[in-house]
Design a protein around this ligand. Structure first.
Ligand SMILES: CCCCC/C=C\C/C=C\C/C=C\C/C=C\CCCC(=O)SCCNC(=O)CCNC(=O)[C@H](O)C(C)(C)COP(=O)(O)OP(=O)(O)OC[C@H]1O[C@@H](n2cnc3c(N)ncnc32)[C@H](O)[C@@H]1OP(=O)(O)O
Length: 247
């Protein structure tokens, strides 16, 4: 079984086109999966293979028991804003999953890799967050509850963890509004430390686009908006999905 899996993966990797886009990825992957599964396993096993490779991904952006009452209250407030064009974006453990067919690919391309912000199994230990976006207003808001494993200064969140959540929230905002991007530049002013365990709002706004460049600004405030924790600006550059995946 293991040898078959490796041969199957090798065939897939050999046939992956150098430049893929979300439109043709599903079709190419389905074709390759079927062809290689038929080649390397008995036909009766083909369906099981496809199922094992393409099961539905887990969405980490929904409440779990570690979410505090404050996090839940914000989640419910933004969910209720649906009528005002706020949409909750799903959150997976790999960015590959955002491409059509990417769930299959993630089982084959560096299968042990995991998104930095979703790499802990223990709920509440690290980054707990969910993102809502508003297309018409070109904004996104990330509700972020910082777990104890993100400590920097005693009792407070590490500056690198704050940079990570800013990069992620602004990147999701840019991707949602303009398509696949990579961070080219990130500037942060840290204004007030974030206490571990607290819930903050990471509010992002698309300022402008120039060709392939998307400029996003960001503010992190306490949940009630009274305290400013950080301000940032980020530049994202549009890339093809092939570049993003690294093929
Ligand atoms: C399809 C929609 C799906 C909807 C999805 C819904 C929800 C979304 C959910 C999830 C989304 C998934 C992902 C979220 C995204 C991101 C989050 C994390 C992102 C990262 O964590 S990512 C890792 C860190 N990131 C890197 O590892 C990048 C390393 N880097 C490079 O890979 C290249 O450097 C690159 C690609 C950036 C550019 O390279 P390139 O060759 O493609 O383009 P080039 O260099 O020509 O630059 C083009 C124009 O940008 C200007 N420019 C470039 N860099 C600049 C800089 N630093 N400062 C000022 N201007 C700059 C140039 O001056 C030129 O400007 P001009 O056109 O005016 O001349």
């Amino acid at each position: 079984m293991w040898r078959n899996t490796m041969r199957f993966a090798a065939v897939l990797c050999r046939h992956l086109p150098p430049q893929m886009n979300p439109q043709n990825l599903t079709a190419s992957l389905k074709k390759m999966i079927l062809e290689s599964a038929v080649k390397f396993s008995r036909p009766a096993r083909t369906i099981a293979w496809s199922r094992a490779l393409c099961s539905a991904p887990k969405d980490y952006g929904v409440p779990n028991p570690s979410w505090s009452a404050e996090m839940m209250s914000l989640y419910e407030r933004y969910s209720a804003k649906g009528a005002e064009s706020w949409e909750r974006l799903p959150s997976y453990k790999r960015y590959l999953t955002y491409s059509a067919g990417g769930q299959c690919l993630s089982r084959l391309h560096k299968p042990t890799a995991r998104l930095f912000t979703r790499n802990l199994e223990e709920e509440g230990a690290g980054f707990e967050y969910t993102v809502f976006a508003n297309k018409a207003e070109r904004r996104a808001v990330c509700l972020f509850q910082a777990g104890p494993l993100l400590e920097g200064p005693p009792g407070h969140v590490h500056g690198g963890a704050i940079a990570t959540i800013i990069d992620s929230a602004t990147g999701i905002c840019a991707t949602y509004l303009t398509g696949f991007v990579m961070t080219a530049n990130l500037n942060i002013n840290y204004r007030n430390p974030i206490p571990l365990g607290s819930v903050v709002l990471v509010e992002c706004e698309l300022d402008r686009t120039e060709g392939r460049k998307t400029f996003v600004s960001c503010r992190i405030t306490s949940a009630d908006g009274s305290k400013l924790h950080a301000e940032a600006t980020a530049l994202f550059v549009s890339v093809s999905v092939g570049t993003l995946i690294g093929f």
